[in-house]
Design a protein around this ligand. Structure first.
Ligand code: KG4
Ligand code: ZN
Length: 357
């Protein structure tokens, strides 16, 4: 495949990711060390623990990715690393590791925006996957990126060129999933747990509110979270659970209906707004990315919307929607080919944005 061979490193949040990517598309190896078990007891990420875990796992992750790819340092054209947005301490582990490798092996360093990584995951090909039959994103496109820290809809007119159409004005969609998951006693992370619980819903008639934010493409999930707190409290009272009883869980059937109702609200707003944006800007395809894009209901509903518009939806397989190193290699290759190189004073940018309005 043409294009650079990159080693790519992701450590912005709670997954240590190291990958080797050929030509910005082909995954030669992609190792992800998850910290889910580490953060589960606290029901959320503890930044200090996350940074230490990256430090613990980054060398073994490189070893595994390197061996699996079967490459040599002479073949590597560059090292792509996430420099923001994310947790400062976590980002610094990946950045400093990448810098050391770049200096020792004398290969260029490329700084990558994590959100651009989620977007470029749409171009990735698994080992052995047929590139002639895989649908590639078609420009101009609309990309909806929904993760634990970010939720936005952007227009992508050309490679590396974006216009922000709308963004969450408060919580990210993934954050809402995680908080409501905790409310329902489903554990951490809430997203996959809510999806699983919702599969058991039968009646599917619980209605959670939708924040449409007028005609804008902006999104809001904090009102939904507050509504969820009220709806869950009412359901607990209806089941005869005392308000001060935090031990007794809601019945399984009720939990399933509530999980479904919450998920339906998030999916409805995201899919409706994305489809309207795609129509308005004349998009030729839609990209869905970020951890919440692993959600099967969101994937199905977005596919239906794209189908109605007569354009393809490109959404990576679930393992490439959640944080990984491969997506950083995909975005990094485009930056590399555009001539971008980072210096050894590259610093973490915890609030790095992707696009302006
Ligand atoms: O992109 P990501 O791995 O990390 C960030 O950059 O934030 O996204 C993590 C988020 C978490 O909030 C998690 O609950 C959510 O993605 N998530 C899901 C699913 N899988 C992960 N949300 C809904 N349904 C899922 N299947
Ligand atoms: Zn992410």
């Amino acid at each position: 495949m043409s294009g650079p061979l990159l080693l790519s490193i992701e450590s912005s949040c709670d997954e240590t990711g190291v990958a080797v990517i050929d030509g910005g598309r082909r995954i030669l190896s992609n190792v992800v060390a998850s910290q889910v078990a580490l953060h589960a007891p606290t029901g959320g990420i503890v930044p200090e623990l996350a940074a230490r875990a990256h430090l613990r796992w980054i060398v073994p992750s490189l070893d595994e990715a390197w061996t699996a790819a079967g490459v040599d340092w002479r073949d590597i054209d560059g090292i792509a690393v996430t420099y923001g947005p994310g947790l400062a301490g976590s980002l610094l582990v990946g950045i400093n590791f990448a810098k050391a490798l770049s200096w020792v092996h004398d290969v260029p360093l490329i700084g990558v925006n994590h959100l651009e990584g989620h977007l470029y995951a749409a171009w990735l090909l698994d080992p052995g996957e047929d590139e002639t039959t895989k649908q590639e994103p078609i420009l101009p496109l609309v990309a909806t990126i929904v993760s634990g820290g970010h939720t936005f809809i952007a227009e992508m007119t050309d490679h590396l060129t974006y216009r922000l159409l709308g963004t969450t004005v408060d919580d990210a969609a993934g954050e809402a999933f995680d908080k409501v998951g905790r409310l329902l006693g489903l554990g951490y992370p809430g997203g996959p747990a809510i999806q699983k619980a919702a599969e058991g819903a039968v009646q599917r008639d619980v209605r959670f509110p939708r924040a449409w934010m007028g005609d804008s493409y902006d999104l809001s999930f904090s009102g939904l979270k507050t509504a969820a707190r009220r709806i869950v409290a009412d359901a607990r009272a209806a089941e005869g659970i005392a308000p001060d009883d935090t031990e007794t869980p809601l019945g399984e059937a009720t939990t399933a209906e509530l999980a479904w109702g919450f998920q339906d609200s998030v999916v409805d707003v995201l899919a409706t707004k994305t489809a309207r944006a795609a129509k308005e800007v004349g998009a030729r395809s839609i990209i869905l990315g970020g951890g919440v894009a692993a959600n099967s209901c969101l994937r199905e509903r977005m596919a239906a919307e794209a189908d109605t518009l007569g354009i393809p939806l490109i959404v990576p397989r679930p393992g490439l929607c959640t944080d990984n190193g491969a997506m950083i290699g995909a975005a990094g290759a485009r930056r590399f080919e555009a001539g971008e190189r980072a210096r050894l004073d590259l610093d973490a940018r915890p609030s790095l944005p992707l696009a302006k309005r």
